[in-house]
Design a protein around this ligand. Structure first.
Ligand code: CP3
Length: 333
């Protein structure tokens, strides 16, 4: 059985597998080298030779237990025909959202636009380096994708006041997102993904009263869909105020926690396997602090099924030696 499956399916507490969000990325010089020659991020994600190579870069350096495919949650709006660009020092910029255009897209158009993501998953999952490791596929949660598609860029701290003004549009788009997320998940699994993670990066922006409509209901549909395909699913409802309520309703195979979550409190509140938590900024300190802070999580979760990870993506300014030290700390625990 593969390492993440021991935790997610068997609820094993005897060891802690490790992978890191954004483990393939700008903190690695070999990634920056490829990125420099490929200024168009979407095209890079759609180049299955390079995206496979990038996905495997961290596994060649570090003793990680899983590969996460080098792609982006915004490949979904891209596949639906919305313009998506990534600008340096700004982040994603999306084009105008046109409901009539998007409503015309069918499964064949969508898969044709992004099928090279699936080709990369196939190449990664069959690489000998992945023999005893998991291949993680992922999607953005419907709510987080809705935020990007309507807002056309990352929201700052709050949603614009008029975000919900066109309720008809929002509800139509949500249904379209959900339909194509299922297609996207199915294709990732058919090509070798054996764990799915759902990133709800903007779950924390919503008032409690809006969670059932925009987070709980669409996420539950997706989680049940992944389960029906016999693949375990990890949810990351970043900065949601009530992780316990989320887990009680959604029942994912594991929940990934952000760095504001009190690990002792969540241990008391939640029975399912837990992932992550450590603040990525700790990797910018020194080895002693890093060991102390990583051990804190390992100690607290020593009798709970726990996958080691961070509370958000690894920062671009991280020293790869510190990353290596972190992985070794977990492995030697
Ligand atoms: O290693 C991995 O974790 C796999 C690859 C991955 C990327 N994006 C590659 C990427 C994953 C899992 C994502 C998910 C993603 N993308 C999320 C959810 C997680 C989160 O961060 O909350 C979100 C919100 C996005 C959208 C997105 N993509 C933003 C906001 C940005 C710009 C911010 C930034 O860090 O530059 C991206 C770009 C992006 N996605 C990069 C990478 C490696 C950086 C691109 C570059 O090289 O310039």
């Amino acid at each position: 059985m593969k390492p993440l499956h021991k935790i997610l399916i068997n609820n094993d507490t005897s060891f802690n597998p490790v992978w890191i969000m954004r483990q393939a990325g700008r903190y690695l010089p070999e990634f920056r080298e490829i990125r420099k020659k490929n200024p168009d991020f979407i095209n890079l994600c759609l180049n299955h030779h390079l995206s496979t190579e990038i996905t495997l870069q961290p596994l060649k350096r570090f003793d990680l237990d899983a590969a996460i495919i080098f792609s982006d949650i915004l490949m979904l709006p891209y596949g639906l025909g919305q313009k998506v660009k990534f600008e340096k020092n700004f982040g994603p910029k999306l084009g105008e959202l046109n409901l009539n255009e998007i409503a015309k897209i069918d499964e064949i158009d969508f898969v044709e636009k992004i099928h090279r993501v699936y080709k990369a998953i196939e190449k990664v999952s069959t690489d000998p380096i992945l023999k005893n490791k998991n291949t993680i596929g992922f999607v953005g949660a419907p709510w987080t994708l809705l935020v990007y598609m309507i807002n056309q860029q990352s929201p700052k701290k709050n949603l614009k006041k008029d975000f919900f003004k066109d309720e008809f549009l929002i509800n139509r788009i949500l249904l379209i997102i959900e339909k194509f997320l299922k297609i996207h998940i199915k294709n990732q699994i058919d090509n070798g993904a054996n764990v799915i993670q759902i990133f709800d990066s903007w779950a924390g922006l919503l008032d409690e009263k809006d969670l059932p409509n925009y987070v709980y209901s669409p996420t539950l549909n997706l989680v049940n869909y992944v389960k029906s395909l016999n693949v375990p699913v990890i949810c990351f409802p970043r900065e949601i105020k009530n992780y316990k309520e989320f887990c009680d309703i959604i029942k994912p195979d594991a929940v990934s926690i952000d760095y504001n979550v009190d690990p002792k409190k969540i241990l008391r509140d939640i029975k399912i396997p837990i992932q992550g938590g450590l603040d990525p900024k700790i990797l910018l300190t020194d080895k002693e602090t890093l060991k102390k802070e990583a051990s804190k999580y390992l100690n607290i979760f020593k009798d709970h099924p726990y996958i080691f990870n961070l509370g958000h993506g690894v920062l671009p300014e991280t020293d790869p030696n510190m990353f290596d030290y972190l992985v070794k700390t977990v492995k030697n625990y």
